[in-house]
Design a protein around this ligand. Structure first.
Ligand code: GAP
Length: 536
């Protein structure tokens, strides 16, 4: 599948629109349309149900080190600015960016690739902000243009080695920027904090400066004690949150994959320090399975453990769950979710002040006067185990997923083309979304075969019986074949058709979106049939 085909379908059938489209759009922001809102809601609801409300805390779940409880929160987007100072986001949540003086475009330093090439006695680095085959093509075309060579003279370009990151280049004077015609137009990299800033209250000054949260996680940490005190949860337990996060990404790209406003589904799981390695493995494997169970094929999905250099300064282990999105080059994967072992970094930072690693220790970072650089809340965020009479700061395992990335991956995986006979038996191309029934925006569509002989009345009656239970759709307009295709395109698993035989024996035809198999059930049994399908 080409990404363009999916993007076109998403627009045509109301899954996703560019934000503020009538004004030319705003880069990095997306609106979910009537079908998209249902799909994303189903993704969120599947996650909440599977991770939170269906968690049985009496018995040990398969693969879990012990029985545990899950609970939820819904925190404010704007939090006290000290939260971001202690979490590290204020100082460290930076990307390096470079500007192009000629094209006025801005790039993420770590995302620009390029190749060294020599021609006509000059050696230059040709940069590209794409990757893989696309970058190779782009650099070839740019080099031909720069050296004023026709395509048939391409052999005069002497390329040196493969694509390498711009970060390996020390002197930018010989760099031809991704959108530049002249050499040396890129600025030196500079740090750029990704948090969106705003002001709270009527006065706009340093004291009223606040931030839109760049992750939902911190709301959970700062409420850890509130949850302990207001419920009867005991370690081990998890707190989940779904909500919007904001990052002023330098290069939002690849449809919703990297947006500036997006939704996260995060769990902070609190456990005894000596059990945390086992809980890390449990969550890593459980989260991977969740995507497979909802339809992501395991050959496009992978679990990648970070190596030591990639680990955050506080983490003893992190794995990314990654998907081979179609906009990536062959062999490339994009992150869907990170599962991180965060130790006691967050709870301690919010108690004591921002921590940094010193050797094997986490210590409070100090300013020039030897005082804590950022003071913590001073609140006691430790846990007292009343059975063992121990007090400790729990360790945290954090499975952190993106609702928009998961939705995009489910859409990519679902996009399918096949050939089916049309009304006259001629094979025609069909596009359909093979979405898991739990995720499908519409669960069933109800059609009368024709708009006469009492069929619409029976179909409407079935629709009305289904509607209180499921999101169902009634359609009586146009040829039935066309109505089926419209439902296939938005991934409706079942179509229920009232036809001539319904008038004789009270049965209706049910058609399966994927196999096109048809069978009959009594018109009274439609609710049970749809329910059966959904609980597969
Ligand atoms: N609390 C940890 C945390 O926020 P992260 O890896 O920065 O970790 C977690 O983000 C998930 O949030 C990512 O795996 C991804 O699914 C989603 N995400 C992050 N940045 C995003 C963006 N700019 N656009 C869409 N989703 C994003």
């Amino acid at each position: 599948m080409e990404m363009d085909q999916l993007v076109a379908l998403c627009r045509r059938r109301g899954f996703l629109f560019q934000s503020s489209e009538i004004y030319g759009g705003l880069q990095g922001f997306w609106d979910y349309g009537p079908m998209g809102v249902e799909l994303k809601r189903n993704v969120r609801e599947a996650w909440w149900r599977d991770m939170v409300t269906s968690q049985d805390n009496l018995d040990v779940s398969p693969g879990a080190p012990a029985a545990f409880e899950m609970t939820g929160l819904d925190c404010a987007i704007i939090m006290h600015p000290q939260v971001w100072k202690c979490s590290g986001h204020y100082d460290l949540f930076n990307d390096h960016l470079i500007d192009c003086r000629e094209s006025k475009r801005r790039y993420r330093y770590d995302q620009v690739l390029g190749r060294w090439v020599e021609a006509k006695g000059k050696r230059i680095f040709v940069a590209s902000d794409t990757s893989g085959e696309e970058a190779l093509e782009q650099t070839q075309l740019k080099a031909l243009k720069f050296f004023n060579l026709r395509a048939k003279k391409a052999n005069e370009l002497k390329w040196e080695g493969p694509l390498v990151p711009l970060t390996t280049v020390t002197d930018f004077d010989d760099v031809l920027g991704p959108d530049a015609k002249e050499l040396g137009t890129l600025t030196e990299p500079r740090e750029f904090n990704l948090m969106f800033e705003t002001n709270t209250g009527a006065v706009r000054d340093e004291n009223s400066r606040t931030f839109l949260r760049p992750e939902t996680a911190q709301g959970i940490f700062v409420n850890f004690k509130n949850v302990l005190d207001s419920t009867r949860v005991k370690v081990p337990f998890g707190i989940a949150q779904i909500g919007k996060s904001f990052r002023n990404e330098i290069t939002p790209r690849n449809f919703t994959f990297r947006s500036r406003e997006f939704e996260q589904m995060e769990i902070e799981f609190f456990c005894r320090p000596d059990t945390s390695a086992d809980w890390y493995e449990y969550w890593r494997d459980r989260r991977y399975r969740w995507y497979v169970e909802l339809g992501l094929s395991s050959d496009r999905l992978r679990l990648r453990e970070h190596d030591a250099e990639e680990l955050s300064h506080y983490s003893c282990g992190t794995a990314d769950i990654e998907y081979a999105f179609p906009f990536l080059s062959d062999g490339e994967f994009g992150e869907l979710e990170g599962v991180a072992h965060r130790g006691d970094f967050d709870l301690r930072s919010h108690m004591e002040g921002k921590l940094i690693r010193q050797g094997d220790e986490l210590v409070v970072e100090q300013d020039e006067l030897g005082q804590p650089k950022y003071r913590g809340s001073g609140r006691d965020l430790t846990y007292f185990d009343d059975q063992t009479k121990e007090r400790y700061t729990p360790h945290v395992i954090e499975p952190s997923a993106g609702a928009d990335r998961a939705t995009l991956a489910f859409l990519c995986e679902a996009y399918t083309e096949d050939e089916v006979p049309d009304e006259k038996g001629k094979p025609t191309k069909r596009v359909f979304l093979r979405l898991h029934p739990r995720l499908a925006p519409i669960k069933a569509a109800v059609f009368p075969l024709v708009k006469k002989d009492g069929m619409p009345e029976i179909a409407r009656e079935i629709y009305k019986k289904l509607k209180p239970h499921f999101n169902v759709f009634y359609d009586e307009k146009g040829a039935v074949g066309r109505r089926y295709r419209r439902q296939d395109e938005v991934g409706t698993p079942l179509c229920i058709t009232v036809d001539g035989q319904t008038l004789d024996d009270g049965t209706v035809t049910i058609r399966d979106r994927d196999t096109l198999k048809q069978w009959r059930v009594g018109k009274e049994d439609c609710t049970a049939e749809v329910q059966k399908w959904l609980s597969q």
